[in-house]
Design a protein around this ligand. Structure first.
Ligand code: NAP
Ligand code: MG
Length: 491
């Protein structure tokens, strides 16, 4: 059984001082079609498969729209459009002109930012504050950033002639749908490649809105093709002979399937996979800021974050104080309507994901972990999970080793710097991590010894288009973002 908190414990008297009136963002001005076709060769095209699936709002369990399911013939058409556009237009266009198109996409995204943020929250369940302040502005920033690189590629790779790879097949997950599309499309286009992109089955809508923007930006037909569907559509892209490069972001399990499928082919690939980040708090850290960082690290976006700080290591001398403060802070987190600007934690993305989180939490309890959850009320409809922490867990516990991809934190203690480093590295993953301390020298010592692609010091989950991102070990290979993200799309 999970122990639940009580608001009575919270020193701030949550009920009287921290009760906010609802502040919902209105979806009234949002125009969504009832049915979405595939975006191939610059046009929305009905699927040859004749199949459609529903995308739902996970906060309400209601259908939003039907979306085309691309079959093999549709993927063939998209790849052939991308090849034609590559050969005839995009690879021949002066780089400066390519850059202008990419700028135009960025500006149109900014103009439609509010609409994109609302649709992102409706389709995926994330709080509007995050889609409005993080996902959408960062997505536009990626297009701006890579637009600037388009005519400077030879400077990015001194002494080499930058040449595009050709047609890129790109497959993305549901946790940052628009942002992941931007991560993939912007550098590919800047480098002169054309694209076939598949968004995740549960969150296709902002990618389809991006298709409208790409059409309105007058991008030559076929340069970007967006084909919706499930895993089989993704597999059809991976296995397509007409594709030169695969860029995949998703789970380690599917990443391994893709790597096997690509072995022995000439296709290049980048894989951005799962994570189980260590967030390490030393006794000399600013403790209140660290608590905010822990909350941001694991409860942000319902814990649907590959680089989430899902393993917490606290120095023993401050463990009790920190745990008390963390529990108090958890009580003030508001779980509920993603469109309400007060909401801290929105809906879990799908019923499947909710079931996965529940089953791993159950395993954690059965393994002897002490489970504590906030006492917040949950809406009656929709997919929700309370912010949850586990103490009394071992390095070998399943919830310490496996990616849960939900708002669930496993907490352990340590005594020495060496012990913290050893425990942090005891994982098959290596995507990200965080260190909290007052001492700069400790930051450098610890971060240089942790095997992870991204490390934050005295902060967590900060992103920027200029900064490369990617993992070690089973968290993937290759880097996206920054100048490194250019070489992922150049020969
Ligand atoms: P997933 O199940 O691996 O799916 C990712 C994408 O691959 C989806 O579009 C999916 O389609 C598609 N797909 C499924 N099976 C496929 C196959 N056999 N061949 C080709 N494509 C296939 O991952 P997810 O559950 O959507 O996302 C969560 C995972 O992504 C987590 O593990 C997280 O850590 C990781 N992630 C990593 C990063 C990073 O940068 N390292 C960033 C974000 C997320 P469907 O949607 O239809 O299943
Ligand atoms: Mg949905």
């Amino acid at each position: 059984m999970a122990k639940q908190g009580s608001k009575k414990n919270v020193k701030l008297k949550f009920d009287t001082q921290w009760q906010y009136s609802a502040a919902p963002e209105s979806p009234d001005h949002i125009i969504l079609s009832d049915k979405y076709d595939l975006f191939i060769n610059g046009k929305f095209t009905p699927p040859q498969s004749k199949k459609y699936f529903d995308t739902i709002n996970p906060a309400k369990e209601t259908r939003i729209a039907s979306v085309a399911e691309a079959g093999q013939a549709d993927v063939d058409a998209a790849v052939s459009a991308a090849r034609q556009a590559y050969n005839k237009v995009w690879s021949k266009m002066p780089a400066r002109e390519r850059g202008k198109y990419i700028y135009r996409i960025a500006r149109l995204m900014q103009e439609r930012a509010r609409e994109l943020a609302i649709i992102e929250s409706m389709d995926g369940g994330k709080p509007i504050r995050e889609s409005r302040d993080i996902d959408v502005p960062l997505a536009a920033a990626h297009f701006f950033y890579y637009a600037g690189w388009a005519d400077k590629l030879d400077y990015a790779l001194p002494g080499m002639k930058a040449e595009p790879m050709g047609v890129a097949g790109q497959i993305i997950p549901w946790n940052f749908p628009l942002l992941m599309a931007a991560w993939k499309i912007a550098p590919a286009l800047a480098c002169g490649n054309t694209v076939v992109l598949k968004p995740a089955e549960t969150t296709p809508l902002t990618a389809l809105k991006l298709a409208e923007i790409i059409r309105d930006a007058d991008l030559p037909p076929g340069v970007v093709n967006i084909v919706t569907g499930a895993g089989a559509t993704g597999a059809a892209i991976v296995n397509h002979a007409g594709i030169d490069k695969i860029a995949f972001t998703g789970s380690t399990d599917v990443g391994k399937i893709i790597q096997k499928a690509l072995a022995g082919t000439s296709k290049k690939f980048t894989l951005e996979l799962g994570g189980k980040a260590a967030n390490i708090i030393f006794e000399d850290a600013a403790i209140d800021q660290a608590v905010e960082g822990i909350v941001n690290g694991i409860f942000f976006n319902q814990g649907h974050v590959c680089c989430a700080g899902s393993r917490l290591f606290v120095q023993e001398s401050i463990a009790n104080t920190l745990l008390r403060k963390l529990k108090d802070r958890m009580e003030t987190l508001i779980v509920g309507d993603p469109l309400d600007k007060n909401t801290d934690i929105g809906a879990i993305n799908s019923r499947d994901q909710l079931n996965k989180i529940k089953s791993l939490v159950k395993i954690g309890i059965n393994e002897g972990g002490e489970c504590y959850q906030s006492s917040c009320s949950l809406p009656s409809k929709g997919f929700w999970f309370r912010p949850t922490i586990f103490t009394n867990v071992a390095q070998s516990s399943k919830i310490v080793q496996e990616e849960i991809f939900g708002p669930v934190l496993a907490i352990q203690t340590f005594r020495t710097v060496e012990e913290a480093i050893e425990k942090a590295n005891n994982t098959p993953y290596g995507l990200s991590g965080g260190v909290w301390t007052d001492k700069g020298s400790k930051v450098f010592k610890v971060t240089s010894k942790i095997k992870a692609g991204v490390l934050w010091a005295n902060t967590f989950n900060k992103f920027d288009p200029t900064s490369p991102f990617g993992g070690y070990k089973e968290s993937g290979s290759g880097r996206e973002g920054g100048m490194h993200g250019l070489s992922a799309y150049l020969k």
